[in-house]
Design a protein around this ligand. Structure first.
Ligand code: ADP
Ligand code: MG
Length: 145
C-alpha cells in the first residue's frame, strides 16, 4: 500500500502521469472516490504518461472511451451509471479487462464481482480539515501481480 498526499489537481495529474509512464499491457486500475475526488484528473495524468495527447473527458454517458494513440491503448471506463454487471457484458468488457491495453475504471466498486483477479486499487479521499484541494491517494495491489 502506497499513500500520496496531493494539494492540487496538478499534483494528482502528475502522480497519474508517473503511473502511465510505468504501466504495462494488461494493467487494470480501479478508481474509488466521491464525485469530484479527482478520478478523471488522475486518469488524464495516466493518459499523458502513455503519450496520449487527445483530451480525456469524463466518459460518464458512454461508459467506455478508447484512446489508441499512446504507447499502449487506454480503456477509460466510468461505470457510475451502469445498472448491473450484465450491462458490462453487452460492452464486451472482458476484451478490455484482459486485453493488451491499460484499463482505468472509475466507480469500480459498482462492478466489484467482475473485476479481474489482479488489479491496482486507487482510492482518492478528501479531508476538508486539510483544505479544499487536499487529496489522500492510496494505491493498493489486489491479488497477485
Ligand atoms: P471525479 O472524476 O472523481 O468525479 P474530477 O477528476 O472530474 O473528479 O474532478 C476533480 C476536481 O477537483 C477538479 O475540478 C479538480 O480541479 C479539483 N481538485 C482540487 N484539488 C485536487 C487534487 N488535489 N487532486 C485532484 N483534483 C483536485
Ligand atoms: Mg470522473
Amino acid at each position: 500500500m502506497e499513500v500520496t498526499e496531493t494539494n492540487s489537481a496538478e499534483e494528482t495529474y502528475e502522480l497519474g502521469r508517473q503511473i502511465g509512464i510505468r504501466a504495462k499491457a494488461g494493467d487494470v486500475y480501479t478508481l474509488t472516490g466521491d464525485l469530484g475526488a479527482g478520478k478523471t484528473v488522475f486518469t488524464q495524468g495516466v493518459a499523458a504518461g502513455l503519450g496520449i495527447d487527445e483530451a480525456i473527458s469524463s466518459p460518464t454517458f458512454t461508459v467506455l472511451q478508447i484512446y489508441d494513440e499512446g504507447r499502449l491503448p487506454l480503456y477509460h471506463f466510468d461505470v457510475y451509471r451502469i445498472g448491473d454487471a450484465a450491462e458490462m457484458d453487452e460492452i464486451g468488457y472482458e476484451e478490455y479487462f484482459y486485453g493488451g491495453g491499460v484499463c482505468m475504471i472509475e466507480w469500480a466498486d459498482l462492478i466489484e464481482e467482475i473485476l479481474p483477479p489482479s488489479y491496482y486499487r486507487i482510492t482518492i479521499e478528501k479531508d476538508m480539515q486539510k483544505g479544499f484541494d487536499y487529496r489522500r491517494i492510496t494505491v493498493t495491489v489486489c491479488g497477485k501481480m
